[in-house]
Design a protein around this ligand. Structure first.
Ligand SMILES: *Cc1c(COP(=O)(O)O)cnc(C)c1O
Length: 304
């Protein structure tokens, strides 16, 4: 791709200096995919890359995709399509609200056509998407979760300057960690991969990984760090977001990236790692997750 916005140059590996890591003798780094683009951030950019290539190959006239009202994939797709002059439609889960949230306002500002679908309707995506397919639109699944998506994520491994003992990533669908495991195995690295599902019953992430890397054994899915479920939070999680921001300058979102850093520190304190080991956390972006009224007021309470 020759479009200048589509570059991962800004995603550096950065040492995370925290007392907890120093005390246990582990070296922690963060891959700053959140810096790729302010809104086409992190893994959402990587997942769009080959979906975009497939769209171009298809000769379709626009893109239709799906997501919740705060979806990082929706806002990424809206920004990406605007920058590339592609017509796009976002089918949004839930009834149309009287007042749009900041994510949907931005999506609209970038020209995405929003179509709201009740939770019931949203369960039948095939029916919702059919009229758009008939009009010549190309459909990208919710979250960019398909083989093209994980292919883009696996390229993250080619960019790394160190060989890490461990790589950590937050998981929703598992597409990103599946790509990372695939990338590790393609390069024959000795890295062990760790998924932190942000929703309950995250065991299915193993199956998603095996879809992309059928024989992979070099991964662990840690299913106990979801803080109560998808988009569920605890006051402790917000205190942690505050602590990490103050101590390192790294901003995390309460839905995904705070949970992965929190899990890592917990495991470090538990003595999960050997002294001298190196660990990489993927900062998958998604900072707009902080922008709902609910999340902002929780942030405010944590810094009182
Ligand atoms: C979508 C998203 C994830 C989850 O990625 P999956 O590929 O669905 O597992 C993780 N972090 C952020 C910030 C996201 O927006």
């Amino acid at each position: 791709m020759n479009n200048s916005i589509l570059s991962t140059n800004r995603s550096i590996e950065q040492k995370v200096n925290l007392l907890e890591f120093e005390e246990r003798g582990v070296k922690v780094y963060v891959k700053r995919d959140d810096r790729i683009h302010p809104f086409i951030s992190g893994n959402k950019w990587r997942k769009l890359k080959y979906n975009y290539a497939s769209f171009l190959n298809s000769g379709c006239k626009g893109i239709v995709t799906f997501g919740g009202a705060y979806s990082n994939h929706i806002i990424a797709t809206a920004a990406f399509c605007a920058e590339n002059k592609i017509k796009c439609v976002g089918i949004i889960r839930g009834e149309e609200p009287k007042v749009l949230n900041p994510v949907l306002i931005l999506a609209k500002l970038w020209g995405m056509e929003l179509q709201f679908a009740s939770w019931n309707e949203y369960g039948q995506k095939d029916l919702l998407v059919e009229p758009w397919l008939n009009q010549g639109y190309y459909s990208i699944p919710e979250g960019g979760d398909n083989n093209d998506g994980s292919r883009g994520c696996s390229e993250l491994l080619d960019e790394l300057t160190l060989e890490y003992d461990h790589i950590f990533c937050a998981s929703g669908t598992g597409c990103t960690i599946a790509g990372i495991v695939k990338g590790v195995n393609l390069l024959k690295l000795k890295t062990h991969c760790h998924s932190i599902p942000v929703l309950k019953q995250g065991e299915f992430i193993s199956d998603r990984i095996h879809e992309e890397a059928p024989t992979a054994k070099n991964f662990t899915v840690h299913t106990t760090f979801h803080c109560g479920g998808y988009a569920k939070t605890t006051p402790e999680l917000f205190r942690f977001i505050n602590y990490l921001a103050k101590e390192t300058g790294i901003l995390t979102d309460p839905i995904y990236t705070a949970k992965v850093f929190y899990a890592l520190i917990d495991l470090v304190k538990d003595g999960y790692f050997n002294k001298g080991e190196t660990i990489l956390v993927i900062h998958t972006g998604g900072l707009t997750g902080l922008l709902s009224e609910k999340m902002l007021s929780a942030v405010q309470n944590s810094i009182k």
